[in-house]
Design a protein around this ligand. Structure first.
Ligand code: DAH
Length: 340
């Protein structure tokens, strides 16, 4: 029986090697494993054998049957592969794109600002976003029930015990007081940070935005020093010399107080849609620190003097990148974000 099995096997192996298409492969399967196939016949004859013979031949024929089936299946898939029906590597699948993140435009501008002021020997200082009424208003010479408070529409926190009264800081100016309470002059700092206003949003107003506060205090720090610092800052930020103009203005924590205008970055002062044809961009508030502010921080106003300023980060970014609407920054719209 053993030689018979081996014979069939050899014959089959030789035959399958020469097979070139699925049709002849199917014919070969029928020839060996079909109802009247050679291996099927062997199995059928088992019942005519003695028990002894059957024990020996049975497993051998079964093994042949299984091996033959396996070889037929393998050949079938080999034929399919060589026809291009199935391929282990699908070269038509698009490659995996590895997306690399990038900075938000506000982060880019903030980093630039930090770098420029650092290079001018300013320290970068932080303060809390939840502030007390005292630091946000009183210490900055903005008393309760004074109309000046109306300049800052405020989010007040709900408190069961409103002592001290808490709010979301409406500007970064309270950090002036916090810093002076714990540091001795002379110094120069900037305070970039988040600020909050309880007001209607439009193309130039958001309820959450960012400011950069500046404060320089020394024995004889003047507005002339401020003008140099701020002109140098804009020169480095926008990469060109730009005129700066001071106009008298009012902020309770400075005296004199001023509004700083920057020569229009786009038109250079000729007048365009960005500057509303005036040639100037209103860019920040500033002034000489009010004696009352120094007193609140326990500085002697006769001994120290300095300038303070504050501007909106979004406004700078909007000018730098020609962004028409402040609400785009937080829109989460990738068509906007991916441009930077
Ligand atoms: N805190 C002011 C605001 O939010 C901006 C400002 C004006 C800051 C004048 C100053 C300053 O430090 O001197 O509108």
């Amino acid at each position: 029986m053993g030689t018979k099995v081996q014979e069939i096997k050899n014959k089959f192996l030789k035959a399958i090697e020469g097979i070139k298409d699925a049709k002849s492969l199917e014919d070969l399967r029928i020839q060996y494993l079909g109802r009247k196939g050679e291996i099927t016949n062997l199995l059928k004859h088992l019942k005519d054998m003695s028990l002894e013979e059957r024990r020996h031949a049975g497993p051998m024929i079964q093994r042949l049957k299984i091996e033959t089936e396996e070889l037929l299946n393998k050949k079938l898939s080999d034929l399919a592969k060589s026809r291009g029906d199935i391929s282990e590597i699908d070269i038509t699948i698009p490659g995996k794109k590895i997306t690399v993140g990038h900075y938000h435009p506000l982060s880019i501008v903030e980093k630039d600002i930090r770098r420029i002021f650092k290079a001018m020997n300013f320290s970068i200082v932080d303060g809390p976003e939840i502030e007390t009424e005292y630091y946000n208003f009183d210490a900055l010479n903005i008393p309760k029930s004074h109309p000046a408070r109306d300049m800052w529409d405020t989010f007040w926190l709900k408190q069961s015990v409103p002592d001290p009264r808490l709010l979301l800081r409406t500007h970064t100016s309270p950090v002036q007081i916090r810093y002076m309470e714990t540091h001795e002059p002379p110094f120069q700092i900037i305070v970039p940070g988040k600020t909050f206003r309880f007001e209607a949003t439009d193309a130039s107003h958001e309820i959450v935005f960012h400011q950069v506060e500046g404060l320089m205090v020394g024995k004889d720090v003047s507005l002339a020093n401020f003008k140099f610092v701020i002109q140098e800052f804009f020169k480095r930020l926008f990469g060109k010399n730009l005129e700066v103009r001071f106009r008298p203005s009012y902020f309770p924590f400075v005296e004199p107080g001023l509004e700083v205008d920057l020569q229009c970055v786009k038109c250079g002062g000729k007048g365009c849609n960005i500057c509303g044809n005036s040639g100037w961009l209103e860019i920040m508030g500033a002034g000489m620190v009010h004696p009352k502010v120094f007193e609140a921080a326990h500085y002697n106003p006769r001994e120290w003097q300095g300038f303070a300023f504050g501007f909106g980060l979004e406004r700078i970014a909007m000018i730098k990148y020609n962004i028409p609407d402040i609400r785009l920054f937080n829109s989460g719209d990738l068509r906007f974000i991916n441009q930077f």
